[in-house]
Design a protein around this ligand. Structure first.
Ligand code: SF4
Length: 241
C-alpha cells in the first residue's frame, strides 16, 4: 500500500500491476510511466514493467489496516483487464468484502468485462465502482456500470479531452473531473467542466473537481470559479458486513 497524492482518495492498493492501452484517455498513462521508472529503480514488484501481473502476496495487506481508509484499488493497472483471471478478481473482491470498515474505489476502462462478470462478484456496501469517461466516444461504459450491483457508482472524467454534453447520470452517485497533466497535455475547455458540473447539479450528484492539469498542474491548481469542489458520496462504513 502507499499514501496517495490523488485528491479523491487516501491511499492506493495494487494487487495487480500492468495494463495495455484501450482508448484515447490512455495516451499518457501515468501507471505506464511509473511502472517503467520503478523497474529501472529495481523495485521487484515492477520487474516486468507494465506487463499485466497479479500479486497474490498483496492480498493480505488490507487486513492489517486498523483505522478506516479510502483506498484506490489498482492505480497501476485495470482490474478488469482481459488478462486478469476471474478467479483473481474474485479474490480481490473477497478481501474488499472482508474489510467493510474501508472504502475501496475500483476504476476501470473495461466496463464491458466488468458487466460480463459482475454477477459473479459480491458487491458489499464499501465497494465504489467507477468507469473512466474521457470523451463522448466511451460513454457506453456508463451503461455497463449502471447495470452492476455496486452501491456507489462513479465516473472519472479525467483526463477530460472532449465535451460531455449529454451524460446519462441515472443511478450514478459521483462524478470526478480533471484535466491532463504531463509534458504534452491535451487541453481541457472550461465550458466542458462547467457543463458537467451543471449536469451533476441538476441530477443532485456529488461533483469533485480534481485539477486543471497542464504542464504545471500545481500552479494551475484546482479552483473552479474561485472554489474547490470536493463532494463525495456517503461512506456508510461498517465494522462488519
Ligand atoms: S486503462 Fe488505465 S492503466 Fe490501463 S493503459 Fe489505460 S490509463 Fe493506463
Amino acid at each position: 500500500m502507499a499514501q496517495s497524492s490523488i485528491e479523491w482518495t487516501e491511499m492506493t492498493w495494487n494487487p495487480t500491476t500492468g495494463c495495455t492501452k484501450i482508448s484515447s484517455g490512455c495516451k499518457f498513462c501515468y501507471a505506464e510511466i511509473m511502472s517503467k521508472r520503478l523497474k529501472a529503480m529495481g523495485v521487484e514488484k515492477y520487474k516486468d514493467a507494465f506487463k499485466v501481473r497479479t500479486h497474490p502476496d498483496q492480498l493480505n495487506i488490507p487486513y492489517t489496516w486498523k483505522a478506516s481508509k479510502i483506498v484506490f484499488v489498482n492505480s497501476m493497472s485495470d482490474l478488469f483487464h482481459k488478462d486478469i483471471p476471474l478467479d483473481f478478481i474474485k479474490q480481490v473482491f473477497k478481501v474488499m468484502n472482508d474489510n467493510p470498515n474501508h472504502v475501496f474505489q475500483v476504476l476501470t476502462k473495461r466496463a464491458e468485462r466488468l458487466f460480463e462478470v459482475h454477477n459473479e462478484l459480491k458487491w458489499t456496501h464499501n465497494i465504489w465502482m467507477g468507469v473512466s469517461v474521457e470523451n463522448e466516444s466511451v460513454t457506453d461504459r456508463i451503461d455497463f456500470l449502471r447495470k452492476t450491483k455496486a452501491r456507489v457508482k462513479f465516473l472519472s472524467c479525467e483526463p477530460l479531452i472532449g465535451p460531455l454534453p449529454n451524460l446519462n447520470l441515472k443511478k450514478i452517485d459521483w462524478v470526478i473531473v480533471g484535466g491532463e497533466s504531463g509534458h504534452r497535455p491535451r487541453p481541457m475547455d472550461t465550458d466542458w467542466v462547467l457543463d458537467i458540473q451543471e449536469q451533476c447539479k441538476k441530477s443532485d450528484i456529488a461533483f469533485f473537481f480534481k485539477q486543471w492539469g497542464g504542464r504545471n498542474k500545481k500552479a494551475n491548481g484546482r479552483l473552479l470559479n474561485g472554489k474547490t469542489y470536493d463532494e463525495m458520496p456517503e461512506q456508510q462504513l461498517q465494522t462488519s458486513v
